[in-house]
Design a protein around this ligand. Structure first.
Ligand SMILES: Nc1nc2c(ncn2[C@@H]2O[C@H](COP(=O)(O)OP(=O)(O)OP(=O)(O)O)[C@@H](O)[C@H]2O)c(=O)[nH]1
Ligand SMILES: [Mg+2]
Length: 690
């Protein structure tokens, strides 16, 4: 029997890289009794981060789903990666959950990814809890972290508990709802050892209790009145109001603890049940004209949010049922391809163990093995449908590398591996370089592409070499010009003859290509015009400045000649190409380079150095913004100057800085640098740095 939807909780653990999500996931499983030994990230023994490369890098790369029972509820918990290179999994997971737990490092406070993911959770209207982790670390400060949360996300962020002591002197916490203190001694499961509230914290606890009560009262008119009149408000009433506020996104409770010491975890689990909404509470999913309701008797609709190419189990798809029931041994339709898929094994991941199950009801999250065509982003439905759901906005893959197999003959293997990995990760782009014919892999960051290479080796047994990222230069024209192309050959029998006159001019904005025919009186027969266009397009693949593709040109063919016997498509194509080459020479062709928008997040004291360095890279700083311990510097800079940024930023900031960048637009390469690009293109070199 599928679990009724009102007894489910779908929770994504999200946050900045290294905040402790995977450790928290482990502690939650331990606390719930799913595993009987708590693994650790440093020993590579956690349930999540089970992949070799996750363990080697000590970071999550893929989302991990675990399902377990707690107080009669079934909790589907998804650990997500914090590293921006793997943001697709974090965003996909947020899509299918009603709730998110934001894990925040008590040393760092709010960080770049905390803010980015919060915005997404806001758009999706998710209930949010915040867990301030790492209270035991040196320089941890719960109260400073709470302030950074409130300044980033507003005053509805409110503590429901505060720690007693900090760093290595952390002794316990005070529950602000019941005004009781608990010690953190013992093995963790004994969190409930009550101790008296230390005298020196009594006033502070009272202050934070009042802040909590102000927020609670604001969520209920009745409570507000009684609160203002000084009446006592019961535990149950506070909990109800908290739940109501959290469910409606009006209030964000903050709890705290130490994931690696299983401190504060049982309380967080209770908060899942008490404060977070079930799929029923959260309401149906509106998709264009239709709304999917968590009704087991209605037609099935399930959304696939993650695909894994498992070396042993084959392809596994993780899905969320929005309506109806997903049953094993049934047939469903993949609405994207319009084909049937047979649902064989349905899987539940419970800690390190995987079980089979018969069915997943509405609101539930589960896994299915061995579907043929289905991948992340697809809908599985009872019948053929068109499902209209806006795609998840993902950053553009801009870090492009050429990959070549180390061993001759491995080309097919590598290509298959890349295709499979791309099914798992929509932020991988694969294409051939039109100039060199190289296989290009583009990802979000250098780390992203390095992980792809590792996976090709580990999972598919092929080693590849990466060539340094290439800058995708382009060419365009600044003026207009006319040119004439004639292809004529007489060799024995039938000759070849094609002749055209064209004019070219720039298209405002430097994008695109237009081809117009103004041939009058049949100077070139209509049937040969497309051949002229083909020739023009061929010539545009390799511009006259440095052989890069030409964009932003309107081409008009206005005159020509033909011969009834000797004219042919090939002859007009060649004439078109010749005319275009000449026109590009005459029209003042220039070289364009991609400009990136860059966001660098650094500790305040390295802001000056970072801006100085960006200036030396032809960068233009656009502004700064402080958030918690870090300052965000926004700038624009040419891609060519940013290829080696990661290691340089690391050394400028002592490893503290982070950055992300995405493509903004093309701009003309300054003349003194253009000649270098031309020279190096001529020498066959790929990458250029001034
Ligand atoms: N002292 C201390 N260390 C912690 C705590 N939580 C996690 N750590 C350590 O911090 C490091 C990062 O923890 P993870 O759990 O991998 O963090 P994460 O958020 O999953 O990281 P990503 O998956 O890369 O985003 C690991 O070495 C953990 O052992 C904590 O509460 N206290
Ligand atoms: Mg992790």
């Amino acid at each position: 029997m599928p679990k009724p939807a009102d007894q489910l909780r779908n929770v994504a653990l999200v946050g900045h890289r290294g905040a402790g999500k995977t450790s928290l996931h482990e502690a939650l499983l331990f606390e719930a009794g799913v595993v009987n030994r708590m693994g650790s990230v440093s020993d590579a023994s956690t349930v999540s981060d089970a992949d070799e490369d996750e363990q080697a890098r000590q970071m999550s790369i893929s989302a991990t789903l675990s399902s377990f029972e707690w107080e009669g509820r079934r909790i589907n918990l998804i650990d997500t990666p914090g590293e921006p290179s793997f943001v697709a999994d974090a965003l996909g997971s947020l899509r299918v959950c009603e709730s998110a737990v934001f894990v925040v490092n008590a040393v760092m406070g709010v960080e770049v990814s905390t803010v980015r993911l919060w915005e997404r959770a806001q758009e999706l209207d998710l209930a949010r809890l915040i867990f301030v982790n790492m209270l035991d670390r040196e320089r941890a400060d719960f109260f400073r972290t709470l302030e950074s949360l409130q300044s980033a996300f507003g005053n509805h962020v409110v503590a429901t508990e505060i720690p007693i002591g900090s760093e290595h002197e952390l002794r316990g916490l005070i529950d602000l709802i019941d005004m009781k203190a608990f010690s953190c001694e013992g093995d963790g499961r004994a969190n409930a050892t009550e101790i008296p509230i230390p005298d020196e914290l009594a006033a502070q606890a009272q202050e934070y209790r009042e802040k909590l009560m102000d927020e609670v009262a604001e969520n209920s008119d009745v409570l507000m009145e009684r609160y203002l009149e000084g009446e006592e408000i019961s535990h149950q009433e506070i909990v109800e109001a908290l739940k109501d506020g959290t469910n409606h996104g009006n209030l964000f409770p903050v709890t705290c603890g130490v994931a690696t010491r299983n401190f504060g975890i049982g309380r967080l689990l209770d908060a899942f049940v008490e404060d977070l909404p079930s799929p029923v509470k959260h309401g149906g999913l509106a998709l264009g004209e239709m709304t999917l309701e968590p009704d087991p008797d209605a037609e099935l609709f399930a959304y696939v949010f993650k695909t894994r190419a498992d070396p042993y189990a084959g392809r596994i798809n993780l899905f969320r049922v929005y309506q109806g029931v997903m049953r094993h041994d049934s047939h469903v339709v993949n609405t994207r391809v319009g084909a049937k898929e047979r649902i064989g094994q349905l899987l539940v991941f419970e800690g390190k163990e995987t079980h089979q199950t018969d069915a997943f009801g509405p609101g539930d999250i589960g896994a299915v093995a061995k579907l043929k065509e289905t991948k992340a982003g697809d809908w599985l439905a009872a019948s053929a449908q068109s499902v209209d759901m806006p795609a998840i906005r993902l950053p553009a893959p801009v870090m492009a590398f050429a990959v070549n197999p180390k061993a001759k003959g491995d080309e097919d293997k590598v290509f298959t591996a890349l295709r499979r990995l791309q099914e798992e990760d929509p932020t991988i782009d694969l294409h051939r370089d039109p100039q060199t014919g190289d296989q290009i892999v583009a990802g979000l960051t250098q780390v992203h592409v390095e992980v792809i290479v590792e996976r090709i080796k580990q999972r598919f047994g092929a080693e590849v070499e990466l060539k340094p990222p290439r800058v995708p230069y382009q060419e365009t024209i600044r003026g207009s010009a006319k040119a004439h192309g004639r292809h004529k050959k007489q060799s024995g029998g039938r000759g070849q003859f094609g002749d055209c006159h064209i004019e070219i001019e720039p298209i405002a904005g430097g994008e695109g290509f237009e081809f117009v025919s103004r041939i009058k009186g049949g100077a070139i027969p209509g049937s040969f015009i497309p051949a002229v266009e083909k020739g023009v397009v061929d010539a545009m693949a390799h511009g006259v400045v440095a052989g890069y593709p030409v964009k932003g040109v309107r081409v008009t063919v206005f005159d020509g000649q033909y011969h009834t016997v000797d004219s042919s498509e090939i002859a007009f194509k060649l004439a078109g190409s010749m005319a275009m080459k000449q026109a590009l020479e005459r029209a003042g062709s220039v070289l364009l380079e991609p400009i990136m928008s860059v966001t660098v997040s650094v500790p305040e004291d390295s802001v000056g150095d970072v801006i100085g360095d960006l200036n030396s890279r032809r960068g233009r700083p656009l502004g700064m913004e402080g958030s918690g311990a870090m300052t965000e510097v926004k700038a624009e800079a040419p891609m060519a100057e940013m290829l080696s940024y990661a290691p340089d930023l690391r050394s400028i900031t002592g490893g503290q800085g982070e950055f992300s960048m995405e493509f903004a637009r093309y701009e003309e390469v300054p003349a003194h640098l253009a000649s270098k690009v031309v020279e190096q293109a001529r020498d066959g070199q790929e990458a250029v740095r001034s």
